[in-house]
Each structure stands twice: as structure tokens, then as C-alpha cells.
Design a protein around this ligand. Structure first.
Ligand SMILES: *Cc1c(COP(=O)(O)O)cnc(C)c1O
Length: 379
């Protein structure tokens, strides 16, 4: 394999030493450790948020946020381009997913479609910033405010993406992040939640700490699960967070190289209007309409040429097509025809090719892979 989209976090001996030094300061190793507190404090500072709650995964972050914002039976707006974990969290919280379309050339919500789907049963909108690209803008915030809808951002892939509204994951009411190995802040497994709301923070902290009630200083008053992060992961998180900006810088240089070598009439790059700094999670390319090849077909050919992409690995589909969610993708709300129900997402997904740009992708490999891409597009 010349290029593999599967990211294995890079840990330098210095980082490992730094992590061990932090761990040595820990009073205890479990979720109430001084190291976890320090990690949460650093997260608050970096993202300029009032509350940060470290948790055991991104899925746990989403689940705890949903449990704290909806009642069973409430409807939750979810983008049709997202990951199964987003939907799982909704279902586990007893919510009913209502799928919405994106715009023609970005992951921002298609506002007319959104407005059509808003009823009094809709309590939450989840935005998902796929591959580090934004999924919220001012108009979406205004619309949600008008209908009293809480916004939960699934910023698992967009840590460090900066937009004209601030850091992705700090724009809505609650931001959920993953620190799984593949993500930019890699702690192996893990996640965190950001919010400025005292009441959401208290509910979420309680739920993720087995229902511990801060006012009562006791268990047994609230329901909850053990979603705590350990001091081991938090120590890694502290060093990873300190390196985030450097990592983003390196990744953006790879993006620049991909763009230089592939910028021609057949391949376009996803618009990053309103993005001050993309975090370099991945580069989303859009094939020209005139091409007789879909993103998935090109990705399959690239795989034969030693380039593994998210497009090949995850089969480029929209989530309502997964068998498990078919039950929610039914009449009378939907026709069942993807191109009628979600014309923009269906089109976007079919022409999309997602290219890896993490630290292990070398410039030489990008050069070699770009030759393959150009050859395949010609032929
Ligand atoms: C990774 C990811 C998650 C889930 O995070 P885990 O830490 O693996 O549970 C949720 N949403 C998106 C968009 C992700 O990429």
C-alpha cells in the first residue's frame, strides 16, 4: 500500500516521555484523577469554552448529550451523510432520527429541506462535520433558534477546524468530539464534550459519572452510566492537544500538494467558504459532472493502484441505506428513492473522492498517487 487512509497515531519518544511525566503527577488513575481535571482545563482553554467533560468515546459523548436533551420518542434531525455512531447514539437515547439533506456542494444543511421536516416533535438537530469540513452556518443557527431546537455538533472529525463562527464544535449548544486513534487528538479510545451551558454540563457530567449528583454529593438521584476517561488516556490527550496545531499545519501542507498536483478541470475541491483553517482530517474532492466515473469507481481503481481511501473503505453511501435504519427511512416522510429524498447528498456522495492527508502520507506517495489519479481520469 502506497497510501492508507487508516491512520495510526504518530508518537515521538519525546511525546511518550511527556505523557509519562504527566501521568507521574496523577493522584489516582481513574476518572476523577487530577490528570483528567487538567486535561479538561486545557480543553476549556484551547476551545475557549466554559465546560469540558472528558468521556470514554465519541459515541459516549453523543449518547450522554442526547440523553440530556431529549425524551424517548422525541425526533432528532440528523444529516444523511454521517456515520453509524451518530445514529446509534440517537437510537440508544430513545430518539427518532429524521434524515435531512445537505447543500449541493457542502455538508451544510439544506435549509428548505430542514424547514419541511421541523415539527413540534423535533427537539434536537445534530450537525456532523465530515472530514473536518464545517456543517453549521449562521442561517442554520437562526432557523434552529426560531423553532427552539437544541444543536448538538458531532465534531468528532473536525477538532481544530476554525470557521467564521469559531472553532467547529463550539458553535452549537453542545459539541461532541472523539479522540479515537483515527481522530486528530488521538488517545486510543476517548472523547469529550464542550458546552457553555451550566445545566447541560451538570446533566452530562452526572450521566457520564454513573448518575453522581453534585448537589446531593451522592448516587441514586439520577440515572447514568460509567463513561469516564482514565488518567492514562487523559495524559495522552494533554500531549496530543498541545501538538494539535502542529499536526494541522503538517496536514495542510499535504492538502496543498494534493491540490497542486490534481487541480485541473476534472477534479474540484470541496468549497471551504467560511473556513478560516481546515483541520486537515481529509481532502474532499468532487469529480466533474462530465466525468463518466463515480467517486466509488475511481476509489476502487485507486485501491488496485495501492491507494486506500475512505471512499473505498466506507463505500460512499448515505446512512438511511443501512439495513438497521431502513425502518426510519419509510413512507410517508420519504419516497424511498434516494435521489428524490436527498438529491444533493446523493449527488455529492456519488462524485466524491476523499483523499488521506495524515502525517504518515509522504509527499512522494502523494506524487505517485496523483499520477494514478490523472491517468485514471484520462482513461
Ligand atoms: C469517530 C466518530 C464518531 C464516534 O467516535 P468514537 O470515539 O469512535 O465512539 C462519531 N461521529 C463521527 C463523525 C466520527 O467520525
Amino acid at each position: 500500500m502506497i497510501i492508507d487512509c487508516v491512520y495510526k497515531a504518530v508518537r515521538t519518544p519525546m511525546e511518550i516521555q511527556h505523557t509519562m511525566d504527566i501521568l507521574n503527577t496523577a493522584d489516582i488513575l481513574s476518572g476523577d484523577s487530577s490528570v483528567v481535571n487538567l486535561y479538561e482545563k486545557n480543553l476549556c482553554e484551547y476551545f475557549n469554552k466554559k465546560h469540558a467533560i472528558a468521556v470514554s468515546s465519541g459515541t459516549a459523548a453523543l449518547h450522554a448529550s442526547l440523553v440530556s436533551t431529549i425524551k424517548p420518542g422525541d425526533q432528532v434531525l440528523v444529516p444523511v451523510i454521517c456515520v453509524p455512531m451518530t445514529i446509534s447514539a440517537v437510537l440508544q437515547a430513545g430518539g427518532i432520527p429524521i434524515f435531512y439533506d445537505c447543500r449541493t456542494d457542502s455538508f451544510l444543511p439544506d435549509l428548505p429541506d430542514l424547514e419541511k421536516k421541523i415539527t413540534t416533535s423535533v427537539k434536537v438537530l445534530i450537525s456532523v462535520s465530515m472530514w473536518g469540513y464545517r456543517s453549521l452556518d449562521k442561517d442554520t443557527l437562526t432557523l434552529c433558534k426560531k423553532y427552539g431546537i437544541t444543536i448538538i455538533e458531532d465534531a468528532a472529525q473536525s477538532a481544530g477546524t476554525l470557521t467564521d463562527l469559531g472553532y467547529d464544535g463550539t458553535i452549537g449548544d453542545i459539541g461532541c468530539f472523539s479522540t479515537h486513534e483515527f481522530k486528530l487528538i488521538s488517545t486510543g479510545e476517548g472523547g469529550f464534550i464542550l458546552t457553555d451551558s451550566d445545566s447541560y454540563a451538570e446533566k452530562i457530567r452526572s450521566f457520564t459519572h454513573i448518575g453522581f449528583s453534585e448537589p446531593h454529593k451522592s448516587f441514586g438521584y439520577h440515572d447514568g452510566l460509567n463513561y469516564k476517561l482514565s488518567a492514562f488516556q487523559a495524559a495522552t490527550g494533554i500531549t496530543q492537544l498541545a501538538n494539535l496545531d502542529t499536526k494541522i499545519h503538517v496536514r495542510n501542507s499535504k492538502i496543498t500538494l494534493w491540490m497542486q498536483l490534481n487541480g485541473n478541470s476534472q477534479l474540484h475541491f470541496m468549497q471551504d467558504q467560511g473556513i478560516t483553517r481546515h483541520n486537515g482530517y481529509s481532502l474532499c474532492c468532487l469529480l466533474d459532472e462530465l466525468n463518466n466515473i463515480t467517486g466509488r469507481e475511481l476509489a476502487a481503481k485507486l485501491y488496485e493502484n495501492g491507494v486506500n481511501t475512505d471512499t473505498y473503505r466506507y463505500k460512499n453511501t448515505i446512512v438511511c441505506n443501512y439495513p438497521l435504519y431502513k425502518h426510519f427511512y419509510s413512507q410517508p416522510n420519504y419516497t424511498g428513492d434516494n435521489s428524490q429524498d436527498f438529491p444533493n447528498a446523493t449527488n455529492l456522495v456519488s462524485k466524491m473522492l476523499v483523499l488521506p492527508c495524515h502525517e504518515r502520507v509522504t509527499d512522494g506517495a502523494i506524487t505517485q498517487a496523483s499520477l494514478s489519479i490523472q491517468r485514471l481520469l484520462k482513461g
